[in-house]
Structure formats: structure tokens, C-alpha cells
Ligand binder design. Structure first.
Ligand SMILES: Cc1cc2nc3c(=O)[nH]c(=O)nc-3n(C[C@H](O)[C@H](O)[C@H](O)COP(=O)(O)OP(=O)(O)OC[C@H]3O[C@@H](n4cnc5c(N)ncnc54)[C@H](O)[C@@H]3O)c2cc1C
Length: 621
């Protein structure tokens, strides 16, 4: 099995050599330009080995986590000693299957999977309940700093153990006084006079896996440095200690503790990356983690929907299955279309990262540098899919409880656990507020400071678009309505950010309420474009089930319809927050002209989508 899994990484390395630079493989490009459908990756293109990995993870989750949960009738809680041993046994089993080493290069005993396949792993792991957080810290934030920034000696020392599960990894950035403002941490690292070691002093909070981890990536400030440095700290180092398990609302099977450094002796060779280079490491690791969090959200929502549909088919009220009620079909159709759209955006982004990495490698950039530069490039898209995926899984787990009625409230169904577990995804990997602010902040920076994204140039095309929107006989193509929605969303963002920027200047970024509204419009533009491109690409595949394709088209149309309604609401509020007098009326007119809804019957589309999902008894796309 393991041998077969190792093959795709090799195959992908071969493929990357032939990828030529593409101006559209660029962070934020989606706002200013078009992408041909054939250039995006769609999940129907997973190769056999990638599908095998997803199946293997799904089987692992069912056999080792879901079935024992239903037998036990309650969730695992690491505050309980026996349960904690079970979590450790799960990590060991995952390690034996190679699952702890998905992101560790083959040279160090891992699978060396590309970013996209790692993202698929995260999606499939959503079936592992709170264990998804445990293995997520092991395979992502706890080990990638060493994979991307470690020296050869650091990699040789730590990565084989992490890949096999013999060493458990954790990532320690947050402090009591430094959460979202992570660079303000007070943990200090004082170099010894002879240069042999650092003395770490301070405290970290909310550290996933901390209760049993062997290796911690710790961020601390050396002397008067402005920025953090990163260190690899072993549990056994003198002066290191761990607090008791936190009592949490959800993900109770995952360990979360405080850790303390009291003159903790860290050898100099355990400095990770450059001095004061730790904050960049911390942020970039989070960028990658955000895409995987988005994938986990999509996976969780799809699993929730399957549960909801299966119950709705069985449960009879008023002499018929509740699945036949329009109220239930509304929810099923809605969750399905949002999960479908969000998935398109998540894997489009993950693929862009692989392609950027390949381009950089082809241009002679080293493997490590290419990996982290590629992730950095798509920071805007990473924030968008993190917010979208986390809000999707919270919404889906809530509505799944609703579809179950009173049974949804019972512990034995696992649904209240899923609901509680989902909630954390809006908080970690950067809160959703911070990610919303980041997406617009980063785009503005790339437009104004580094001039990487030409927002002004794109804005100049708005008048022509407006003329087209009002032209009565503009030539129509199959997807012209949907294309104009996507363009309308992009233009609404460009127009409002331009007008607000003109009026408020640099102060605009401090008007957080406005920026949050703009970020929602930006996110809708990205997800709407991703799902439209996906469906267009699917149209070209004669080998696919045409009935299913018709439903996928409807999910796309429904998503666009809803995205437009959400964007219109956000735009109206944004205008009211900064424009007055005739400008207010003018901006409203412009936005209403740009955001013309597609002529669909949303009720009918939701019914059709729900009907197909109900017939298949699961989320089946
Ligand atoms: C279960 C769990 C596991 C975790 N695992 C880890 C881990 O393994 N490693 C690790 O280092 N950390 C971990 N964290 C910490 C997590 O990343 C932080 O909780 C998160 O970054 C938010 O920081 P905070 O809790 O200090 O909230 P704060 O930063 O205090 O935020 C409080 C509120 O203020 C808002 N806010 C903050 N700043 C701004 C701003 N500039 N503008 C607008 N609004 C703002 C936030 O959005 C939020 O709503 C974990 C947390 C939990 C709960």
C-alpha cells in the first residue's frame, strides 16, 4: 500500500519539470483577469493514487474513529487518562499507515505528497472528528516549519520520527497576551555568552498536541529584535513544562495545553531559519494551514449533509419521509451547492500553489524556498477559503441538527459533537475577522505598494461592463448570465474599494466594518468564479454522468444567485457607510446595474439538487 502511495509524488515531480510560467498563476490575479476553465484543477481529475489516499484516510476514520465512537456512545476526552491513551494509539496506527508523514519528503521517511494531495488528505480527515485537529498539527503546523525552513541536520533529526508517528509535533505561537497580534509575544530567548544555547523564558497557551508532543516549534524574541525567531524545542529540555489539559467546548479528543519555559535550555543549532525570521515562518505556515482548514470545512459539511439526508429519508412525519418536505429540501439543496462551490475554490487554490512551486523550481529556486514562496503567493485566496470553509461547516452542522429535530440534540448521534467541534474552525488558523481583514489588506498592499496586482487597470474596464449590462441585445452565450455575475462581483469589489479608497484614503483600512463587507464581496467573487470555471470544465467531459452534470450546473447557478444576493446586501451597507448625498444614489445605481441576478427559480433548483442527493442517499459530487 505504502509503495503504491509513494508513486504519485514521483510522478508529480516529473510533471512539474515541464510546467512553463503562467501570468495567471499569481495571487490576487482572479480579481483583475479571467482564467480559462481548462487551467483550473477540478476534483474529477484526481489520479488513481490520490483517490486511493483519500479512500485510505476515509477507511481509517470509519474503522478507527467513527465505529468505535458509535460503540462507545460518547466522544473521546483527553482529560480522561484511558481516552488519552486511545488518542495516542490512534496516532501510532496513523503513523504505521504512513499518515503522519504525508507532508514529510520521501528522503526523510514521509510520503512527500504535493500541496494539493495534502489538502485532499485534510478534507478526508474531516471524518476523524477531533483527531483531525491532532493529526493536522502533526502533519501541518507542527512539522512543516522544519520541512520548509529546517537545516539538513534538523530535518534528519526530527522528520523521520514525525513521519512515523514516533515523535509527536506541536506548534506554539499563541501567548496569553498575544493571540491575533502574534508578533507581540513576550517569550524571550537569551543567547548564552559562549553561543552554545539560548535560554527561553515565557509561556504559550492553547497548544494543540501539547499534552503529549515531543517536539514543539516555539516562537520567541531574541534580545531586542522586533520580530520573533523560531526554535525547535524538545519536551525533555531542562526548564520546559506543560500545564493540565484545557476543558474545552469541542474537539475534546484533541490535547490543548499551556506550556512554560523557565530558563529552558535550547541548543543554538535548534534555532529554525534566520534570527528574527520566525514571524514570517509563523505566518506562512498559517497560510498553508488555512487552505487545509478550508478543505476540512468542506469535508465536514459534506459528511454532515450525508448524515442529514440519510436521516431525512428514514424519518417519517405526517405520513411521509421528511425528505419530501420543501423545508428540508431547501436545506439539503443549499448545503450541497455551497459545499460544491467551496470545494471548487479550495482545490483550485491548492493546485495554484503546486503550479507556482513548479514554476519557481523550473526557474532554479531551491525546493524549500519554492514551497514557501508558492504558499505566500496565495495568501489572499488562503484567507478566503479558510473563512468560507469554516463558516460552511458551522452552517452545515447546525442545519444537520435541525433536520434531525430532537435526535440532533442527543449525544449518541454525534451531531452535537460535530456542531461543537466545527465552532473552533472560525477561531484558529487566524480568526475569521482577522482573515477577512487580511484578504483585503494583502490585496491592497499588492496593488498599491508592490504593484503586483493592477486593480486600477481592472477598474478602468468597469464603464464598458456597465454598458454591456444595459445593452438590450448584447450577444448571449450559454453562460453569459453567470459570467456577468462573476464579473459583476469582481467589479463591485473594484468599484467600491476604489471609491472608498478615494474618499477615505489610507484611513480606509481602519474602517473595519467597511473592509469586512468588501472582503465578503471579494470572497464571493473568488468562490463564484471557481465554481463557474469548474462547471465549464466539466462540460467538456463527455465521459461524465450527464444527469449528475445537470445537477452540478444547477448547484453552480444556485450558488451564483445566492452569492449575488449576499454581495448586494454587503455592497448596499458598504455604500451607506462611506458615501453621502448624490454619490450614495449614484454608487447604488452602479452596483445595482453591475449585480444583475441570473434568471433562475431558486426554489426549483434547490428541489432538483436535493432530489438528486436524496436519490443517491449521500453527498455524491
Ligand atoms: C482549541 C484551540 C487550539 C489552538 N491551537 C493552537 C496551536 O496549536 N498553536 C497556537 O499557537 N495557537 C493555537 N490556538 C490559538 C488560536 O490560534 C488563537 O486563539 C487565535 O489566533 C485567536 O487569538 P486569541 O484567542 O488571543 O483571540 P484575540 O486575538 O484576543 O481575539 C479576540 C477577538 O478579537 C478579534 N480581533 C483580534 N484582533 C483584531 C483586529 N486586529 N481587528 C479586528 N478584530 C480583531 C478576533 O477576531 C476575536 O474575535 C488554539 C486555540 C484553540 C481555542
Amino acid at each position: 500500500m505504502q509503495q503504491a502511495i509513494l508513486e504519485p509524488a514521483e510522478a508529480q515531480k516529473q510533471q512539474t519539470k515541464s510546467i512553463a510560467p503562467n501570468p495567471r498563476v499569481k495571487g490576487g490575479y482572479f480579481v483583475t483577469g479571467d482564467t480559462p476553465p481548462e487551467e483550473i484543477f477540478i476534483t474529477e481529475e484526481w489520479n488513481e493514487e490520490q483517490q486511493m489516499i483519500a479512500e485510505m484516510v476515509t477507511e481509517f476514520c470509519v474503522r478507527e474513529i467513527q465505529e468505535p465512537f458509535f460503540q462507545r456512545g460518547r466522544e473521546l476526552q483527553v482529560t480522561n487518562e484511558a481516552d488519552r491513551e486511545e488518542v495516542l494509539a490512534l496516532l501510532k496506527k496513523a503513523g504505521e499507515l504512513g499518515l503522519c508523514g504525508v507532508s514529510v519528503p520521501e528522503a526523510y521517511g514521509g510520503m512527500g505528497l504535493d500541496f494539493k494531495t495534502n489538502t485532499l488528505f485534510s478534507k478526508a480527515m474531516a471524518g476523524g472528528f477531533s483527531f483531525a485537529t491532532t493529526i493536522g498539527a502533526q502533519t501541518s503546523i507542527g512539522c512543516l516549519p522544519i520541512v520548509y525552513y529546517g537545516t539538513q541536520a534538523q530535518k534528519e533529526k526530527y522528520l523521520p520520527g514525525i513521519a512515523s508517528g514516533a515523535l509527536i509535533a506541536a506548534y506554539a505561537l499563541t501567548e496569553p497576551e498575544a493571540g491575533s497580534d502574534a508578533n507581540s509575544g513576550k517569550t524571550t530567548a537569551t543567547p548564552s555568552a559562549d553561543g552554545s544555547h539560548y535560554l527561553l523564558n515565557g509561556q504559550k497557551v492553547w497548544i494543540t498536541n501539547g499534552g503529549f508532543a515531543d517536539v514543539f516549534i516555539v516562537f520567541a524574541k531574541i534580545e531586542d529584535d522586533e520580530d520573533l525567531s523560531a526554535f525547535i524545542v524538545e519536551r525533555q529540555f531542562e526548564g520546559f513544562s506543560v500545564g493540565p489539559e484545557e476543558k474545552k467546548m469541542g474537539i475534546k479528543g484533541s490535547s490543548t495545553v499551556q506550556i512554560y519555559f523557565d530558563n529552558c535550555i535550547v541548543p543554538s543549532e535548534n534555532l529554525l531559519g534566520a534570527r528574527a525570521g520566525g514571524f514570517k515562518i509563523a505566518l506562512n505556515i498559517l497560510n498553508g494551514g488555512r487552505i487545509k482548514a478550508g478543505a476540512g470545512g468542506v469535508g465536514g459539511a459534506q459528511l454532515s449533509l450525508t448524515k442529514a439526508v440519510q436521516y431525512a429519508i428514514e424519518r417519517q412525519q405526517f405520513g411521509q419521509p421528511i425528505a419530501q418536505f420543501g423545508a428540508i429540501q431547501y436545506k439539503i439543496g443549499d448545503i450541497a451547492s455551497q459545499a460544491f462551490a467551496c470545494e471548487a475554490a479550495v482545490f483550485r487554490t491548492a493546485d495554484l500553489i503546486d503550479r507556482k512551486e513548479a514554476e519557481l523550481r523550473a526557474a532554479g529556486v531551491s525546493e524549500n524556498e519554492a514551497k514557501f514562496k508558492a504558499i505566500r503567493e496565495f495568501a489572499i485566496e488562503a484567507s478566503i477559503v479558510k473563512v468560507k470553509g469554516s463558516e460552511l461547516v458551522c452552517y452545515a452542522s447546525d442545519e444537520t441538527i435541525q433536520i434531525h429535530g430532537g435526535m440532533g440534540y442527543a449525544v449518541e448521534t454525534g451531531l452535537e459533537m460535530a456542531y461543537r467541534d466545527a465552532r473552533i474552525t472560525k477561531i484558529y488558523e487566524g480568526t475569521n475577522e482577522v482573515n477577512r481583514l487580511l484578504s483585503v489588506g494583502e490585496l491592497t498592499k499588492r496593488a498599491l505598494k508592490t504593484k503586483e496586482v493592477d486593480l486600477v487597470g481592472a477598474g478602468k474596464k468597469i464603464p464598458a461592463f456597465l454598458l454591456r449590462q444595459i445593452a438590450p441585445f448584447y450577444p448571449r452565450t450559454r453562460y453569459s448570465d453567470e459570467e456577468s455575475i462573476v464579473q459583476g462581483l469582481k467589479n463591485t469589489f473594484l468599484f467600491l474599494s476604489g471609491m472608498a479608497g478615494r474618499q477615505l484614503g489610507k484611513k480606509m483600512i481602519d474602517e473595519q466594518e467597511l473592509v469586512l463587507l468588501l472582503s465578503d464581496i471579494l470572497a464571493e467573487a473568488y468562490v463564484a468564479e471557481s465554481v463557474l470555471l469548474k462547471v465549464k470544465k466539466l462540460e467538456g467531459r463527455a465521459d461524465l454522468d450527464q444527469e449528475k452534470l445537470a445537477v452540478q450546473r444547477q448547484m453552480m447557478q444556485l450558488y451564483l444567485y445566492e452569492a449575488l444576493a449576499r454581495a448586494k446586501k454587503a455592497a448596499t451597507e458598504a455604500i451607506a457607510s462611506f458615501a453621502t448625498g448624490y454619490r450614495k444614489s449614484l454608487y447604488r445605481l452602479v452596483v445595482n446595474t453591475m449585480l444583475k441576478p441570473n434568471d433562475i427559480n431558486p426554489k426549483q433548483l434547490r428541489r432538483n439538487i436535493a432530489g438528486f442527493v436524496i436519490e443517491n442517499k449521500e453527498y455524491c459530487f
